[in-house]
Design a binder for this molecule. Structure first.
Ligand code: C2E
Ligand code: CA
Ligand code: CA
Length: 573
């Protein structure tokens, strides 16, 4: 009897515990944001637990109601969902599938678990519905960022490279051409500097929108960064040929653009084009080739298109090699200075020397300053190189002065970048003091290109230099603006007439006329005139006749070493 009572008490206690547990589980499930369907195959019992109404506005009472779920998801998820909703038919225990609800646009995840007995007969099935909208959104955002450029909404570089790679593989099989257009907005830095980066961003966006027009299943447009864009065209012809797209871009740009709160402005672009398979075989190489020829377009005066050509690539590669060597050369000060004498035309007496830099690379081959100075200007190496030239020429000058006391003028070529540095004047003055040199014995040669950027500021600086007593000379005159009218506003002492005039001055009548009027005008303005590149006796005679003050050229003196100039000074003393 006692035994029986004990058994009953035990059962009651266990039941109580079970129902307490069940209560707890239910409470947890009901407050969970998920919804569950429990189905028992044994007694055909179906139960809905949890947050069902959050997902669906119908209730499920019997197994056949489950098909209603399939009616409220987007079409493409119906089949995969059906498969996992009746998972027991496959004998699989667990499966998961996501879907989007058509009405609410919620993203849901279905998780189905089926428990089987030893005979592989299904016992129970649990279907869990979860809200994954937030997670999906984050994923979409990441996916968006992975493919698109935020500023323009165009594809980004990574995606572009991927698609281009796929296109090239396809083109290899179909023997098609794939063209890449590399596009760069001209003078974008100026826009950014003068109007601010917000205006710059607006320009990038507006132009990006214009490019988007060309997008199709065979044309992909991307924004790389800053003002760089790239377009790839699969099998370019007809209205997706490079010419067509380029002309349309130019047509669009003919209409000025207006930025918020700014004046109207006109844009132009430089475009480089490279095609598979002619230029390169891989996506990155093709983009590189297009970029390289774009630089050529830029150098040719902007607003132009340049097609790939192996010569341009080779020149570029050579420049890259020079650029790399140049870094070492600057570090090791692998340069030397030559000096080309200048003579007074009427008396042939020595007037001064022009310092000209020389560079022999490690293998002893000579690289012309006309080649490496422009590279040094682009990569900034011109600053240390220029400083070196200034100091070395002043040192040479001081040594000659101490030894010979001859009133030489030391002409030093100054690059625009050097000239624009805020510390340029102060450094120069410090060196003049250090070597105890009269500023009037030093002449700075600058080219017209210096004047292009910021005329007023450049002129002010010239005045400062001249107030200190330094001489300023305008180099290569006739190759830039070639305008005589702006000369009168220039605070300069000397005008160097470019060699290209001297070359033809004795045989070409129009050159004669121009050279004579340059000299006449210069005389009126009180400038000294120097003729560069005088190679023949006839040229000399003619220049003497038209009263050019000074001549410089191979005829009377090639660029010479420090010691050779000493020998010259020895003689004139
Ligand atoms: P540039 O300032 O016009 O220098 C004159 C160039 O013409 C020199 O070439 C000189 O050697 C050459 N030349 C002089 N007379 C004759 C002649 O009768 N016939 C011929 N065919 N050529 C003649 P170089 O030394 O090769 O310099 C080339 C350019 O490199 C210079 O042109 C100048 O723009 C630049 N450069 C040279 N040294 C420096 C430097 O120290 N600093 C900077 N910033 N540029 C330099
Ligand atoms: Ca010069
Ligand atoms: Ca010159």
């Amino acid at each position: 009897m006692d035994e029986l009572r004990y058994q009953i008490d035990l059962l009651n206690a266990m039941n109580q515990k079970l129902s307490r547990n069940e209560k707890a589980y239910r409470a947890i499930l009901d407050t969970s944001s998920n919804a569950f369907l429990y189905y028992s195959f044994e007694d055909d019992r179906l139960e809905v637990i949890g947050n069902w109404s959050f997902f669906f506005d119908f209730s499920i009472k019997e197994v056949k109601d489950v098909t209603q779920i399939l009616e409220c998801v987007e079409e493409k998820y119906v089949l995969p969902l059906r498969e996992i909703a009746y998972l027991e038919k496959t004998g699989i225990e667990f499966a998961i599938q996501e879907a989007m609800l058509t009405e609410s646009k919620k993203w849901i995840e279905f998780e189905v678990t089926v428990n089987y007995n030893e005979l592989k007969q299904p016992l129970e099935k649990i279907l869990c519905v979860r809200d994954i909208t937030k997670f999906k959104m984050q994923n979409d955002e990441l996916a968006y960022m992975a493919y698109y450029d935020i500023l323009t909404g165009l594809y980004n570089r990574n995606y572009f490279v991927r698609v281009l790679g796929e296109w090239l593989r396809k083109a290899e099989a179909t023997k098609d051409v794939v063209a890449v257009m590399f596009i760069d907005i001209d003078d974008f830095r100026k826009i950014n500097d003068s109007l601010g980066i917000i205006a710059g961003d607006e320009v990038v966006q507006l132009f990006g929108q214009q490019l988007k027009e060309f997008e199709s299943d065979k044309v992909i447009v991307s924004h790389f960064n800053s003002d760089l864009y790239c377009i790839a065209i699969y099998a370019p012809y007809g209205n997706r040929s490079v010419e067509f797209i380029y002309n349309s871009i130019c047509d669009n740009l003919r209409k000025p653009i207006r930025l918020i709160g700014q004046e109207e402005m006109n844009l132009s672009v430089s475009v480089g084009v490279a095609e598979y398979p002619e230029a390169a075989g891989t996506a990155l190489e093709l983009i590189n080739c297009a970029e390289i020829v774009m630089f050529r377009a830029k150098n040719q005066g902007k607003g132009t298109i340049q097609y790939f050509d192996a010569k341009i690539l080779n020149e570029f590669l050579e420049n890259v090699t020079i650029e790399n060597k140049l870094k070492d050369a600057v570090y090791n000060e692998n340069f030397s200075l030559y000096f080309q004498p200048q003579f007074e035309t009427s008396t042939k007496t020595l007037r001064g020397v022009e310092a000209l830099i020389r560079w022999k690379d490690d293998k002893g081959s000579f690289i012309s300053p006309s080649v490496f100075i422009p590279i040094a200007e682009r990569n900034g190496a011109i600053v240390p190189i220029g400083n070196w030239v200034v100091e070395e020429s002043l040192k040479a000058y001081a040594a000659w002065r101490n030894k010979y006391n001859y009133p030489l003028v030391m002409s030093i070529n100054i690059s625009a970048i050097q000239y624009k540095r805020p510390d340029f004047v102060a450094n120069l003055m410090r060196l003049l003091e250090e070597y105890d040199i009269q500023p009037s014995q030093v002449e700075l040669e600058i080219t017209e290109s210096v004047l292009i950027d910021d005329f007023a500021r450049i002129i002010d600086k010239m005045r400062v230099l001249r107030n200190y007593g330094l001489r300023v000379s305008l180099d290569d005159f006739g190759t830039g603006f070639s305008s005589l009218s702006y000369l009168k506003n220039l605070p300069i002492d000397t005008l160097k007439i470019d060699k290209s005039f001297i070359d033809t001055v004795v045989c070409d009548n129009s050159t004669k006329v121009i050279t004579e009027s340059i000299i006449l005008m210069a005389k009126k303005l009180n400038f000294e005139t120097v003729a560069e590149g005088v190679e023949t006796e006839e040229q000399y005679e003619y220049l003497k006749q038209i009263k050019c003050d000074t001549i410089q050229g191979y005829l009377f003196g090639k660029p010479s070493s420090f010691e050779e100039i000493e020998q010259l000074l020895e003689k004139v003393e």
